[in-house]
Design a protein around this ligand. Structure first.
Ligand SMILES: NC(=O)NCCC(=O)O
Ligand SMILES: [Zn+2]
Ligand SMILES: [Zn+2]
Length: 483
């Protein structure tokens, strides 16, 4: 059965034009005027855009003594409800666990996905097994490796491990990613704050000032440069980190920064709320920042020094957050946002004039599809691309509320916020998963998206690394062996 999206305006990362879109067999079959199909979706007054791709989710993630509450079913349902048609989740080996073993666990969990997905692999410890298995992981189509520079004593890796893993990524044509916070300093600050009687959620923010993020971002950039590999910095929350990324990019380094919708629209005042639950529900790392840092992130999106808007969706219930009553270091870190990323970014970005519609498509979909080497299968409105599409009604409004959300948790960090701009239809490989606000997802419809290593940027960097590699200086008369 074919579907035609009629009377809409196509908006891509670089073009805006009127045309119909014909979908057949899960792919875009034709784009042009006057198309016909078995099923017609009316896009009058709407924009037809590539569906959103959220490259940073933690669904059913074991973390801080519990599991994040949204699994691949509820998480991807929330994604589709908000116009996101693909998620990239993190397979997370516990320290000492093999990468392939962890991957089997994530394969099982993801069988319930309503939309397409891929994985990043986390490197949470270092050894021969990890070194070896990284190749097999890449062979499975997982070509990005995440490193935590924070969470000391749990997921954190040290600089020697970071360098070894980055070099392995360079050999394999893979992309290293970092959670950039100086975990040693954070651990010291947490201990001191607790000793001084700072036990509430606000102390979480005190323990992770922008400097810990700026320092770690800069360190990771330099280590990646020495390893000859590109770098993706997740949840860039502040000017200190953004400045390091901006400077690196100006120097020609291949570094990408990813602000979250939460950091763009919520600020540190949330932690000073008199209600403990309200503040604890917003505990995440890095924490929300001041308005000045928010302005820096918005400027980065407009100027191109920041590339992708994600959510880091890692949702915990109020009951789970209460594990940290009396000790802020035990509050599970993480917030939700999958359903709200696109409407919140449109409302606070496009309708305010901070970014254009085309930039919206770039930072919610196309840029990450290119960075992760899955463009134009994903992130494009082109003939032959997957029909992951959103028909966007820029006039539709709603008030965000936990009462009507898809996520399994009992609150929403954006509760009460008015948004203007919502999906009229969301299509996942041609299947209409959302129609006029009605969510009609199909559990298990989602497919794994395998990615090729050796993206163009990796190839360019390794060519440069070869050209500039250390070589012995030939000295006349003395044999190289020295004998
Ligand atoms: N961000 C956060 O607080 N929780 C999820 C895990 C991570 O990305 O650090
Ligand atoms: Zn993180
Ligand atoms: Zn994360």
């Amino acid at each position: 059965m074919s579907t035609v999206i009629k009377n809409g305006t196509i908006v891509t990362a670089d073009l805006t034009y009127r045309a119909d879109v014909l979908v057949e067999g899960g792919k875009i079959a034709a784009i042009g005027p006057g198309l016909a199909g078995d099923q017609v979706l009316d896009a009058s007054g709407c924009y037809v855009m590539p569906g959103g791709i959220d490259p940073h989710t933690h669904l059913e993630m074991p973390f801080m003594g519990t599991y994040s509450a949204d699994d691949f079913e509820s998480g991807t349902r929330a994604a589709l409800a908000g116009g996101t048609t693909m998620v990239v989740d993190f397979a997370l080996p516990s320290p000492g666990q093999g990468l392939l073993d962890a991957l089997r666990m994530w394969d099982n969990k993801a069988g319930r996905a309503n939309c397409d997905y891929s994985f990043h692999m986390a490197v949470t410890w270092w050894g021969e097994q990890v070194f070896d298995e990284m190749q097999a992981v890449v062979g499975r189509g997982i070509t990005s490796f995440k490193h935590f520079m924070a969470y000391k004593g749990a997921l954190m890796v040290n600089d020697d491990e970071l360098f070894a893993s980055f070099r392995r990524c360079a050999e394999l044509g893979a992309l290293p990613m970092v959670h950039a916070e100086n975990g040693d300093v954070v651990a010291e600050m947490c201990a001191r704050l607790l000793a001084e009687g700072n036990t509430g959620p606000e102390a979480h923010a005190y323990s992770r000032p922008p400097q810990v993020e700026g320092e770690a971002t800069n360190r990771a950039i330099m280590i990646a440069d020495m390893a000859g590999v590109p770098l993706y910095v997740v949840h860039t929350s502040c000017e200190d980190s953004h400045e390091a990324i901006r400077r690196a990019r100006m120097q020609g380094k291949r570094v990408w920064g990813e602000p979250l919708i939460q950091h763009l629209t919520l600020d540190e005042s949330e932690y000073f709320h008199p209600d403990w639950d309200h503040a604890a529900r917003r505990v995440m790392s890095p924490p929300f920042r001041s308005k000045a840092h928010q302005d820096s992130l918005w400027a980065g999106l407009a100027s191109g020094s920041l590339s992708v808007v994600a959510t880091d969706h890692c949702a915990f219930t109020t009951e789970q957050k209460r594990f940290g009553k009396g000790d802020f270091t035990r509050i599970p870190n993480g917030t939700g946002g999958l359903e709200d990323r696109m409407p919140m970014l449109w409302t606070h970005g496009v309708t305010t004039g901070r970014i254009t519609m085309n930039e919206f498509v770039a930072v919610t979909s196309t840029n990450i599809a290119k960075i992760l080497n899955m463009y134009p299968k994903k992130g494009a409105v082109l003939v032959g691309a997957d029909a992951d599409l959103v028909v966007w009604d820029a006039e539709a409004t709603k008030t965000i509320s936990a009462a009507s959300q898809q996520s399994a948790i009992d609150y929403n960090v954006f509760e009460g916020k008015q948004v203007k701009g919502l999906p009229r239809y969301t299509l996942s490989r041609g299947m209409v998963a959302v129609a006029d606000g009605k969510v009609q997802t199909r559990e298990g419809h989602g497919q794994f998206v395998a990615r090729e290593p050796g993206a163009a940027v990796n190839k360019a960097l390794s060519a440069w690394k070869d050209l500039t590699a250390p070589r012995p200086v030939p000295r006349g008369g003395i044999p190289a062996s020295g004998v």
